[in-house]
Design a protein around this ligand. Structure first.
Ligand SMILES: Cc1cc2nc3c(=O)[nH]c(=O)nc-3n(C[C@H](O)[C@H](O)[C@H](O)COP(=O)(O)OP(=O)(O)OC[C@H]3O[C@@H](n4cnc5c(N)ncnc54)[C@H](O)[C@@H]3O)c2cc1C
Length: 578
């Protein structure tokens, strides 16, 4: 790469505020700028994929202190002195799928996450689309893994007892003149990029399959292999299966520092004690760069990118039965699929997401403008889409590198480290395939120090507790006769029984919080958003834990739901946390 000409290009745009150099096999961009968007643009200008070097961002955002990582305040010695063979940092879909694949081996596996549950960050805040990969170009790791990952979903979801539907993806076009170009694109995707299911669909067939889409659509590009899955459900199921096969998961456990000597991580400091792992897997999402820095192996940077989705009431569900979007000629400046409408496995509709660059890795606030922009676009996909059906919304943050590709490789300077970084969309789709490769890398590394034996007790099948609203009346009645708790309905919107909540509390990864139960069995996910069932769920948790109701938490530390002392709160002016 030509650093001089790159510097000139940057100089024309940013004067002397930004400089670029090649150092230790990376393209390092430094300086200071006033706007985060400019930092992202400057670093993106320096990308040189051919060189194999990654862009490292050292540009400071003027007047802003970088937001610090949200860490648990818990301090204990629960993990002090533990010596796992493998330490996995991150309890998102990447970390748990790796833990599950590694549990096929007789290894001591420890996964830590700073949050109070699995799937709290990107893995619990995404669309749950299992992408066909039609929008990705050949040659990237994302494209390589999306083809493999998509194909693995039927088996993985069957083994883990997670609902998965191949509902198909439609991209609609309103102009006939675009047909030849789209046909050529679809041919190229099918024959060159090997997204073999891609095909053109006539207006008539589209209208038959999805009658509520824009009547102005003249034709569509169709991928039947696209599917949908519950992203946090899958993450938890992977985690539970890993635990059932012997892995340990420690939540509320933040990695704070590492001691690295002669290119090797010797110890990892957490708020729950110092750990001495043989190898470390970095699956820390938007914080992968921070973990890489601690490990003395920072050769890439993450620029977080927010995305907002609205969740629509089930009554809007029949509007779209698959995944649909419109393709307009308006150029997308950000690296996004432009969002769409997705019929979830729970029969809601998801509308979104958009894509907004942000320096804040953990700011999940949702802005009205994001919802408005997404709806304005998606009403062109299905006119009858209405904001009145929104029951809630969420925002997630993608962990993009400047090369817009994944980092799935062994440490470049640190020997006992494996990176699973830059896992932005379609990281949920790719996770099963990425996990297999990381499993291989880890076992190869461990074998350098001695034999690694298969785990003869490994069982890939997770037996899920019953989901009553998916059973026939006969099956329900049988269950209720066996256990009357299944006959006591706690959440009317989602038809969740007391028995199912107790099952979740007795599951291999018990997270006895309102959100933990909501993620596992869905009370509070319906139209009333917990208005009716939250007090009942609180009561069940308090009885199960044998603690007063006011000590039950919504999520992590400091989120007790009931006001302990209203007088005290009035005095301090503190707001009740819900
Ligand atoms: C809005 C949105 C929509 C998306 N839609 C799709 C989609 O439809 N299909 C698809 O395939 N992909 C989608 N994605 C991408 C997908 O969600 C991600 O690629 C995937 O979830 C990344 O998983 P992960 O495990 O790598 O990261 P995460 O889920 O972010 O997990 C990383 C974990 O590391 C933990 N951690 C970080 N630092 C530390 C530390 N110091 N100590 C301990 N723990 C730490 C965090 O707490 C976190 O739980 C979407 C993403 C977003 C944001």
């Amino acid at each position: 790469m030509n650093v001089k000409s790159l510097q000139k290009k940057l100089g024309r745009r940013y004067g002397s505020a930004v400089s670029v150099r090649v150092a230790e096999g990376c393209i390092v961009v430094s300086g200071h700028l006033k706007r985060w968007e400019d930092i992202v643009t400057a670093c993106s200008m320096c990308v040189d994929k051919k060189s194999g070097m990654h862009v490292v961002n050292d540009i400071l955002l003027e007047g802003e202190k970088p937001a610090s990582v949200r860490l648990p305040s818990l301090q204990d010695h629960a993990l002090e002195g533990s010596r796992p063979d493998v330490l996995i940092i991150g309890g998102g879909i990447s970390g748990v799928s790796i833990a599950r694949e590694l549990s096929k081996w007789k290894l001591d596996i420890l996964l830590v996450d700073k949050e109070a549950d699995l799937a709290v960050q990107a893995s619990g805040r995404n669309d749950g689309e299992v992408h066909p990969g039609v929008d990705l170009n050949k040659g990237s790791l994302k494209q390589h893994y999306v083809l493999l990952g998509n194909k693995m979903y039927d088996r993985v979801c069957e083994e883990l007892s997670v609902p998965f539907e191949r509902c198909g993806q439609y991209v609609g076009f309103t102009d006939w003149w675009m047909y030849p170009a789209v046909w050529a694109y679809a041919w190229q995707r099918k024959h060159i990029c090997k997204v073999t299911d891609t095909r053109m669909m006539s207006r008539k067939e589209l209208a038959k399959r999805e009658p509520n889409l824009n009547p102005a659509f003249k034709f569509a590009m169709f991928n039947p292999s696209a599917g949908c899955v519950c992203p946090y459900g899958l993450t938890i199921a992977y985690g539970e299966n890993a635990v059932e096969n012997g892995a340990r998961i420690s939540l509320n456990t933040g990695v704070l520092e590492m001691e690295v000597k002669e290119g090797k991580i010797c110890s990892v400091q957490t708020n729950r004690g110092t750990i001495y792992p043989r190898i470390v897997i970095n699956a820390a999402g938007v914080f992968a760069e921070d973990i890489a820095r601690m490990a003395g192996d920072r050769f890439y940077s993450i620029h977080p990118r927010r995305g907002t989705n609205s969740i629509l009431d089930k009554k809007a569900g029949p509007l779209v039965m698959g995944i649909a979007s419109i393709k307009t000629l308006k150029k997308n400046t950000s690296h996004t699929k432009g969002g769409g409408i997705l019929h979830t496995v729970h029969d809601n509709l998801l509308v979104g997401p958009n894509a907004v660059e942000t320096p804040e890795k953990e700011n999940y606030a949702t802005h009205r403008s994001s919802i408005d922009a997404v709806f304005a676009k998606q009403k062109m996909t299905a006119e009858a889409l209405s904001e009145r059906d929104i029951i809630t919304y969420f925002t997630g943050v993608r962990a993009a590198t400047y090369e817009e590709d994944f980092i799935v490789e062994k440490g470049r300077k640190t020997r006992n480290l494996i990176h699973c970084g830059g896992i932005q969309s379609p990281g949920l789709t790719t996770a099963p395939a990425v996990a297999l490769d990381i499993e291989k890398m880890a076992v190869e590394e461990l074998k350098k120090e001695g034999a690694v034996e298969p785990n003869p007790a490994f069982n890939p099948v997770r037996k899920a507790p019953p989901v009553l609203n998916r059973l026939s009346n006969e099956e329900r009645n049988r269950l209720i006769r066996e256990n009357p708790d299944y006959g006591e309905i706690v959440c009317r919107c989602e038809e969740i029984s007391r028995g199912e909540i107790l099952d979740a509390l007795k599951s291999p990864i018990c997270v006895p919080t309102i959100d933990g139960i909501k993620k596992r069995v869905r009370p509070g996910m319906g139209r009333c958003q917990g208005g009716f069932c939250m007090p009942l769920v609180t009561k069940i948790i308090s009885e199960f834990l044998e603690i007063p109701e006011e000590q039950v938490r919504k999520a992590g530390e400091g989120t007790e739901i009931l006001l302990r002392d209203t007088k005290e709160i009035r005095k301090t002016g503190e707001a009740a946390e819900i």
